[in-house]
Design a protein around this ligand. Structure first.
Ligand code: FE2
Length: 336
């Protein structure tokens, strides 16, 4: 039986790896797009009106942003410190793809990566030029300085694929990261690459990447199914004849691109009291856009709730960048 020694729930987005000044590069984009908020869609101006009483302009001043940025850097350092102290042998990471590997032409709900290795490396300038401003500035956090090969976990991946087939799961399988000409991305998706860089600090252990299509209609899995995915992974780890010490990571979220603190705090509370029913019954309408990445937190919870690991919230930091409430809420939770 493999031993789960660490559970992590962490956000991974660009605001964690750009300056408080750079956060504002995203605001013109925020103004131009339609946003999901509490299950409905709003223009930027409608959100400003709707949230007027929350005084969000005051919570997105340079001073407030600088304070929030510092809190995030401290939380990231604490997560990395816990990682180093626990020193897991391997990691199972629940992450999502954001049009890095998975294109609309063929978009599986769940993909298990079973290759022996995968890679990441610097992005050619012409590719990163295709990334939106305010996101490309964060690429340093998603890439090593030189091309690097990482170890996958093909044995565990195949056990998961096999057991899935026996238990009514039909996963997609990948043995090599696809590369497309003219695409804005190559290498490892940021949901996984961020963990390698800023949690493991480039001292990578073998990883089983589990890629969920959280973001993109029309086949985003339901929260209850993601929780069951976590339970399945836990069962596979329990039955695995191995003495490896395993970390389980949920990578993504929290609410964005419009922050909903009530939703985030409800989710954190549910995790801390191991409330499986709460997580499984989350209205999928509340998990759109970047908030959908919290499905990875739900999967990690399904894997971790019945372990004896526990821990306090490291921090929750709603990083507002506009009076409409746009930005990303950052959350960091570790059980050991
Ligand atoms: Fe993301």
């Amino acid at each position: 039986m493999a031993n789960i020694v660490l559970g992590l729930w962490t956000t991974h987005g660009p605001q964690l790896s750009t300056t408080p000044e750079e956060w504002m590069l995203r605001v013109p984009g925020d103004r131009a797009r339609v946003h999901w908020y509490k299950g409905r869609r709003y223009s930027f101006d409608d959100l400003v009106e709707l949230r007027r009483n929350e005084h969000l302009a005051e919570r997105s001043t340079l001073e407030a942003r600088t304070r929030n940025h510092a809190a995030c850097q401290a939380a990231i350092a604490e997560v990395a410190r816990i990682w180093e102290e626990v020193d897991p042998d391997v990691a199972v990471i629940f992450g999502n793809d954001q049009r890095e590997l998975v294109l609309p032409q063929l978009q599986p709900a769940y993909t298990i990566y079973h290759g022996d290795t995968f890679w990441n490396g610097p992005m050619p300038e012409w590719r990163s030029a295709k990334l939106p401003v305010g996101i490309r500035e964060a690429e340093w956090a998603n890439r090593p300085e030189a091309r690097t090969e990482y170890q996958g976990m093909p044995e565990l991946a195949r056990k998961l694929l096999e057991r899935g087939l026996d238990e009514r799961w039909d996963f997609a399988a990948s043995n090599e990261l696809p590369e497309y000409p003219d695409h804005h991305h190559i290498g490892t998706p940021h949901a996984f690459a961020y963990i390698l860089r800023r949690v493991m600090e480039d001292r990578a252990v073998p990883i089983l990447p589990i890629i969920t299509n959280t973001f993109f209609a029309p086949n985003q899995p339901r929260p209850w199914r993601c929780f069951e995915l976590g339970e399945l992974v836990r069962d596979v780890l329990e039955d695995w004849d191995s003495d490896l010490r395993v970390a389980v990571v949920g990578s993504g979220g929290m609410s964005h691109f419009v922050i909903n603190e009530d939703f985030d705090r409800g989710l954190i509370d549910a995790i801390q009291r191991r409330d499986a029913e709460y997580l499984q019954e989350i209205d999928p309408g509340l998990m759109q856009d970047g908030t959908s990445e919290l499905l990875n937190w739900v999967s990690a919870s399904g894997c971790l709730f019945e372990t004896d690991l526990a821990g306090d919230l490291i921090d929750y930091v709603p990083c507002y960048r506009s009076e409409a409430g746009s930005g990303t809420a950052q959350g960091f939770l570790a059980w050991r």
